[in-house]
Write a protein that binds this ligand. Structure first.
Ligand code: A2P
Length: 299
């Protein structure tokens, strides 16, 4: 089963005694008594379709930059039994492994089971966060190389928001190329501001060295609204335009490593391109190789 799939089944059941007695009563948005509750510390709305938020980090939670966890809210109670179940989805952690808080970047789907409600969270609210991080977009799944590519569409930028703030990314690679394809220009803002903020990132400047950010090449493109660079990254690579713009040769197994996170069609197209055109091999935690893939969360 693909853990990033929106149909991920929910197994936990919590019975709220108050609700069992009075099935008509409305539940709180999240149940503070839950062991996995975390408090929202910041919410930012980027467009009418995108928002990001931060929550407190469980003291014992360790994760590798690029991994994801299950997060969510309590569902409405079953009118007959009063039982309330958590509604959870896989979300890439957008903050780096060293950060005190945990950040997430999400789409808002007006009739989506979770995001229709999650988009209304406010500072001080609680969400559920299962402290079991997993994922393949991790440095451990790649063998050493010269250049690392991050390929994202939409909210697939999230794991790269983590990895771009992870010192290991710059310790391991001479060049870091991030491509982000979105429908509209406003959907690039979260990523653009994050990349801009790296220039003054105290930890990275201290650990990697002043000017570390010159290793980064940022390549944003849009497909349905005018911007400086139009087109799907896949088409721009096939035509050679992306490589000419970036001043680098096409990917090859000797020097290039890549991580992919976007919608399913995008992931499959890039995987095919990598394997059949550039000769790269897919890696995993258990068998590191040249590239790794993860599906972006969609509700
Ligand atoms: P397009 O507008 O041409 O479909 P979505 O919001 O549907 O997940 O798409 C996010 C971005 O990813 C859009 O810019 C979309 O382009 C692009 N995209 C969708 N499918 C692919 C694909 N197979 N290859 C490259 N880009 C894709």
């Amino acid at each position: 089963m693909d853990p990033m799939n929106e149909m991920t089944p929910v197994t936990d059941t919590v019975t709220d005694p108050k609700l069992a007695q009075d099935p008509a009563s409305k539940p709180a948005k999240a149940v503070p008594a839950l062991p996995d509750a975390q408090t929202v510390t910041e919410v930012k709305h980027w467009t009418d379709r995108l928002f990001s938020f931060k929550v407190t980090r469980p003291a014992s939670l360790r994760f590798r930059s690029g991994e994801f966890v299950m997060i969510g809210l309590m569902n409405d109670p079953d009118p007959k039994t009063g039982k309330v179940k958590p509604l959870l989805r896989a979300y890439s952690i957008a903050s780096p492994s060293w950060d005190e808080e945990m950040e997430f970047y999400s789409i808002k789907v007006q009739d989506g089971p979770l995001t229709s409600r999650l988009q209304h969270i406010k500072v001080g609210d609680e969400i559920i966060l299962r402290p079991k991080p997993v994922g393949t977009l991790v440095h451990d799944a790649l063998i050493p190389g010269k250049r690392i590519w991050f390929f994202a569409t939409g909210t697939g930028f999230a794991p790269f928001a983590s990895l771009l703030r992870e010192p290991e990314t710059y310790e391991k690679f001479d060049e870091v190329i991030i491509t982000h394809t979105c429908r509209e220009a406003g959907e690039l803002t979260y990523g653009r501001e994050l990349i801009e903020s790296l220039k003054t990132d105290e930890l990275l400047n201290e650990v990697i060295g002043e000017g570390f950010w010159k290793k980064i090449k940022y390549y944003p493109t849009t497909t349905r609204e005018e911007s400086a660079k139009m087109g799907r990254i896949t088409d721009l690579m096939r035509s050679g335009e992306a490589f000419a713009d970036l001043g680098v040769p096409p990917l090859n197994p000797e020097s290039d490593r890549a991580m992919i996170c976007g919608n399913l069609a995008f992931n499959l197209e890039l995987k095919d391109l990598f394997e059949n055109t550039y000769g790269l091999e897919e890696g995993a935690n258990s068998k590191p190789a040249h590239f790794v893939v993860e599906k972006a969360f969609l509700d």
